[in-house]
Ligand binder design. Structure first.
Ligand code: VG1
Ligand code: CO
Length: 542
């Protein structure tokens, strides 16, 4: 029986770049999760009797949160709820399930690449019926509602057993515990040439995949091992843990160090990859070679026809603003539309729904296509394997040939994590304050063409988003960008992105940090980084 429970509002439930993320202890405050979920249900319309999908990356508090959501969904009038076995669904798999079952929407429980455990992070995100993250209009409405909420509704009943497949009833709502892997694995098999990849792996090509103790483990075992024949030894850390083994499940050069060491060590495999906490990010490496995510997107776009799912060509591409322009070069050469959006996957949804873009990506190890409405880590890994199987060249050779054809966009991101929030905001204001006098001047040996705070108008629905990052654009195509992260849970993270375009193939073999050194120094001086933050080095360099 549904029950109305009185509650007090919180004032800090504004979703960030990718949902609401807070410390677990914060989520465990009285009614904190309940309030957010009820605020969401209050602003949505027309879901009576409809289907809701629920699943998460398995981190600490996942199971408890799911039981609460199930009871609240029943009390609020949903007719059916699909939940992954064990409460597990990777973010791209959740997106697929929503689409495949024509669900009204879904709730994804994850703080992605942030650490997990009782003292670490938790998160919740709402995805719409197209399978994609809710647009700003909805997230802002949730936030407004969350500040006024006075009660929530919750059905009473036993917890639903999540560890076996099956069907249950709670009031008028049916709950189905579904296999989290099968549908997704079938989708991958429909997009890529599994025979060719099987041949490649059987022919002595070696790979190493690191699931970082996070949600992609079971997906990797099913797809890479069972369906494609990769050895068990080539799959690392595939048992999901509530605290990700104490690490940051973030596939980058710093946090995926064990994998990186092997890929740059003696007898390195031909291909290495990792994905993040909720399975939507990917890092791709070759033998002694790191592929920047921006280059990876460009390369997938240029080689899309290798994969059966994209054989008929791609409609267009999109990248987030800080992502390098490598994909723009491909779009220009191949004559397709290329869109530049603010950071966060929610901005790609309309373009994909309208059929304007097929592939999209972000510099933050996110790549995806219109097969779902989220970025997709394993999808990118399989796309790479498909290209490697078709071209039979090494990762390094494929990337070098790509640069020779399209030019190389030297690129790097520097993150300063855990900066005091006031300091970070002042630093941004200080940079923006110099914009008026910066135009036309010389910086880092180049002329500043223009600088602005990025704003975006959605070409499909006309909605606008402003203040999406400070850009300094040079006349030779180089860029420096400053942004504050919208996914952290402590203090602020300042992200600085550097890019310089090099068309000359005789100059493609520099190390990125050296190629960008003058831009890096100029940014540091302009921002007064050292004196304001007390830091002389970034926390993470990608
Ligand atoms: C970061 C990335 C952004 C990505 C977001 C969510 O956001 O920079 O590109 O979309 O994380 O990724 P921010 O605001 O911290 O820069 V995930 O894997 O958390 O869903
Ligand atoms: Co993620």
């Amino acid at each position: 029986m549904p029950h109305a429970h009185p509650t007090q509002p919180y004032d800090d439930q504004r979703p960030g770049t990718s949902g609401l993320r807070k410390k677990v202890k914060h989520f465990q405050q009285k009614n904190y999760l309940h309030n957010f979920v009820q605020s969401l249900f209050d602003v949505l319309d027309g879901y009576a009797g409809a289907t809701l999908v629920v699943g998460g990356d398995g981190r600490y508090f996942n199971r408890e949160a799911i039981q609460i959501i199930i009871k609240m969904a029943a009390a609020n009038g949903f007719g059916r709820l699909l939940v992954g076995k064990g409460g597990i669904l990777s973010t791209p798999a959740a997106s697929h399930i929503i689409r495949k079952h024509g669900a009204f929407g879904g709730l994804i429980l994850s703080a992605s690449h942030n650490p997990g455990g009782p003292d670490a992070d938790f998160g919740i995100k709402y995805n719409c019926g197209n399978g994609g993250p809710a647009p700003e209009a909805i997230t802002e409405a949730i936030f407004a509602r969350s500040q006024a909420i006075t009660s929530y509704a919750m059905a009473e009943g036993e917890d639903i057993p999540l560890d076996t497949l099956g069907s249950h009833q709670l009031g008028a709502m049916t709950i189905e515990v579904i296999d989290p892997v099968a549908d997704y694995a079938d989708l991958m098999e429909s997009l890529f040439d599994f025979d060719a990849i099987r041949d490649l792996l059987a022919g002595g090509f070696t790979l190493l995949f690191d699931a970082m103790h996070a949600v992609t483990g079971p997906y990797a075992v099913e797809i890479l091992h069972r369906r494609l024949g990769a050895t068990k030894e080539s799959l690392l850390n595939c048992t999901p843990k509530e605290d990700f083994g104490g690490g940051h499940p973030d596939p980058n050069l710093t946090y995926a160090k064990a994998l990186v060491d092997r890929m740059f060590g003696d007898r390195a495999p031909d291909f290495g990859a990792a994905s993040d906490g909720d399975g939507d990010r990917n890092m791709v490496l070759g033998n002694h070679f790191f592929v920047t995510p921006s280059d990876s997107l460009a390369l997938l776009a240029a080689n899309a026809e290798c994969a059966p799912g994209y054989r008929d060509g791609i409609a267009g591409v999109a990248r987030s603003m800080p992502t390098s322009g490598a994909v723009d070069q491909v779009a220009k050469a191949l004559g397709m539309e290329c869109f530049e959006t603010p950071t966060g996957w929610k901005f790609f949804g309309n373009l994909m729904d309208a059929g304007r873009v097929t592939l999209c990506g972000e510099e933050s190890f996110g790549t995806g296509s219109n097969h779902v409405r989220e970025k997709d880590g394993l999808w990118a890994v399989l796309f790479w394997l498909n290209i490697l199987a078709a071209r039979r060249q090494s990762v390094a050779e494929i990337v070098r040939r790509h640069w020779a054809r399209f030019g190389r966009n030297y690129y790097s991101r520097h993150d300063y994590e855990g900066v005091e929030s006031g300091v970070a905001h002042d630093l941004m204001a200080h940079i923006e304050g110099q914009f008026a006098t910066l135009r036309g001047t010389t910086l880092a040996g180049r002329t500043v063409r223009t600088c602005d705070n990025f704003s975006y108008t959605d070409p499909v629905d006309g909605s606008t988003s402003s203040k999406q990052g400070l850009r300094i654009l040079f006349d030779d195509g180089a860029r420096i960008i400053f942004r504050l992260s919208g996914t952290g849970t402590v203090g602020a993270t300042i992200r600085i992105y550097f890019e310089a375009f090099e068309p000359d193939k005789n100059r493609h073999n520099l190390d990125a940090q050296s190629a960008l050194a003058d831009l890096i120094a100029a940014a540091s001086e302009l921002a007064e980084l050292r004196s304001r933050t007390g830091r002389s080095q970034p926390t993470v360099i990608t």
